[in-house]
Design a protein around this ligand. Structure first.
Ligand SMILES: Cc1cc2nc3c(=O)[nH]c(=O)nc-3n(C[C@H](O)[C@H](O)[C@H](O)COP(=O)(O)OP(=O)(O)OC[C@H]3O[C@@H](n4cnc5c(N)ncnc54)[C@H](O)[C@@H]3O)c2cc1C
Ligand SMILES: NC(=O)C1=CN([C@@H]2O[C@H](COP(=O)(O)OP(=O)(O)OC[C@H]3O[C@@H](n4cnc5c(N)ncnc54)[C@H](OP(=O)(O)O)[C@@H]3O)[C@@H](O)[C@H]2O)C=CC1
Length: 474
């Protein structure tokens, strides 16, 4: 059996694995490094732009794994899957039988779609993860008349926004859309995306409201009761229901507060699938997209399994090391298990895969060279920059009041079709923000959250578009 030796071993050619390779190429180019990747294409990040110190946007492409050799002279690429790890003797074995003796290893094997429970009953229930699954989805779209989408996170939102010419039934268990990333107010803001025509009510008009949250669920006391844009009544979402396409055909139906009970394949009739929902309704369709989250891919054997987080990921400390010495993990496979900074939490995103992997590389290098390492500053503040329904979205800190308990305030500024700005305040200090549109407020919000400046003296002026709030802090 062939055995090779390396100082650093990285497993997985996603963003985490590639970032780990790239960071080690800078920190320790003279040492040996092996990347084990199941695919000849790896993920590559480009066009990195900074909206603030910690708010980063970048593009993600696929590229030939071989191109990584240009940046790391001592990189060897093994096109194979990891099969087992013997952490006691520091050997990793691939499925073709290659044995790799490592100094430190970083597991970056990502995740797999977590599908609804009936998914094994039909090939017509899809998960979206990689190029292949997207191709399968595209094929189904070409011939399908009606699809059912389950889930209320990033993938479901993007599918609903991006697909045309097919009837869509979107099944969500919340009472508003896109709940992973936004709040009911922002969901209302997005309703215009689903409408065919804009109305007079949509003319740009700034509106600022302050509300006090007494419980996680209930918001009360809008200061200005005449403000249409901020009216978050219990039935607001019905405006989204029964939207029709330009041809007049109903294109999107959203069914709130339900889950899929079971799925049956049908032999006869217009549609091959029947889906029963928990409210008793039956929907006939061609296929189902289960956009219901990710499961960490710990898909190989260990001599001793490292501790796992509650989500099944490999639990890592602030240096990205697992409970087993010299075994690191980053990206979707990892479960952040250190005591978080007050304004950070884990979400399985490109940004965090990249940040975790860079941190893992620094820690691996420090271990090999016997140096101390400090956790990177990026873990001080949760940030996510993305596009939803055609708008730029920046999420900062506790943007949905996550973990803030039952007593915090929300300050909103909305301009229909232009921007939606939400500040989450506790004890007069900014804890998080949702910035939709070209708000140019990223850097100010980042500073206000990190410095915990008392904003009570400014009242609602903090969101007054006629006042340049930066002047206050100069
Ligand atoms: C459809 C979709 C859209 C998304 N859009 C966004 C977005 O807009 N913004 C955002 O921030 N995030 C987005 N995400 C999330 C983001 O893609 C992930 O958080 C990120 O890619 C995780 O990177 P990773 O390197 O940890 O894992 P992955 O990208 O999953 O890479 C893991 C790699 O490891 C390989 N592998 C697995 N097991 C083994 C093994 N045993 N041996 C060898 N190799 C192995 C896999 O083949 C894969 O190449 C999206 C995800 C999906 C599915
Ligand atoms: N633009 C972006 O930033 C994008 C990011 N991504 C990332 O890719 C990964 C995968 O995306 P996605 O699959 O959308 O995952 P998400 O974790 O974003 O969302 C999963 C959604 O599915 C719901 N859900 C889970 N189980 C069930 C069930 N059995 N029945 C009904 N609903 C269920 C969840 O509800 P609940 O919250 O109640 O559990 C949640 O609304 C995520 O890490 C996501 O962050 C994906 C696309 C775009």
């Amino acid at each position: 059996m062939a055995t090779i030796k390396t100082t650093y071993l990285i497993v997985g050619g996603g963003i985490a694995g590639v970032t780990c390779v790239e960071t080690l190429a800078i920190l320790n180019p003279e040492e040996t490094l092996i990347l084990v990747t199941a695919s000849s294409l790896v993920k590559n990040v480009s066009n990195v732009s900074f909206f603030a110190k910690t708010v980063v946007k970048f593009d993600v492409h696929e590229t030939e794994a071989n191109s990584l050799k240009k940046i790391h002279p001592n990189l060897d690429i093994v096109y194979d899957s990891l099969e087992s790890v013997d952490t006691t003797n520091k050997f990793a074995k691939t499925s073709k039988g290659l044995v790799i003796n490592y100094g430190t290893i970083c597991i970056c094997t990502g995740g797999i779609p977590k599908l609804i429970s009936d998914s094994n009953k039909s090939k017509r229930i899809l998960g979206i993860r990689d190029t292949e699954s997207v191709q399968e989805f595209q094929e189904k779209l070409k011939t399908g008349k009606k699809m059912l989408i389950v889930g209320n996170g990033g993938i479901a939102s993007e599918i609903v926004h991006a697909t045309r010419g097919i009837q869509k039934v979107w099944v969500i268990r919340d009472d508003y859309i896109s709940s992973t990333f936004i709040d009911p107010g922002a969901a209302e803001f997005f309703q215009n995306t689903f409408r065919n025509k804009s109305s007079a009510d949509d003319a740009p008009k700034h509106v600022i409201t302050r509300r006090h949250v007494f419980t996680e669920e209930d918001t009360v006391v809008a200061l200005n009761r005449d403000l249409k844009s901020a009216a978050l009544g219990p039935d607001w979402y019905r405006k989204l229901e029964g939207v029709r396409s330009e041809t007049g055909e109903q294109e999107l139906e959203i069914i709130y507060k339900v889950e899929v009970k079971f799925v049956n394949e049908l032999q006869d009739g217009d549609y091959p699938l029947e889906v029963e929902l928990t409210n008793g309704r039956r929907v006939l369709c061609d296929f189902v997209v289960s956009a219901t989250g990710v499961e960490p891919a710990v898909n190989f054997i260990w001599d001793q399994m490292p501790d796992k987080g509650t989500d099944g990921g490999l639990a890592v400390n602030e240096y990205q090391e697992t409970s087993v010495k010299d075994v690191f993990a980053a990206g979707d496979v990892a479960s952040a298990a250190w005591p978080y900074a007050p304004h950070w939490f884990q979400l399985r995103l490109w940004t965090q895969a990249r940040q975790m992997a860079a941190m893992a590389a620094k820690s691996m290098h420090a271990r090999i060279t016997n140096q101390e390492v400090l956790q990177d500053f990026c873990f001080e503040l949760f940030t996510h920059c993305t596009t939803l329904f055609g708008y730029r979205i920046v999420l900062l800190g506790k943007y949905n009041g996550q973990g803030l308990g039952t007593d915090y305030e929300i300050l909103l500024r909305t301009t229909p079709q232009l921007e939606y700005i939400k500040f989450v305040l506790q004890n007069g200090r900014l804890q998080g923000a949702i910035l939709i549109g070209e708000t140019d407020l990223e850097e100010m919000c980042e500073n206000l959250i990190l410095d915990q400046i008392d904003l009570s003296p400014f009242g609602d002026d903090i969101l007054n578009p006629d006042i340049d709030i930066d002047d206050y802090f100069d």
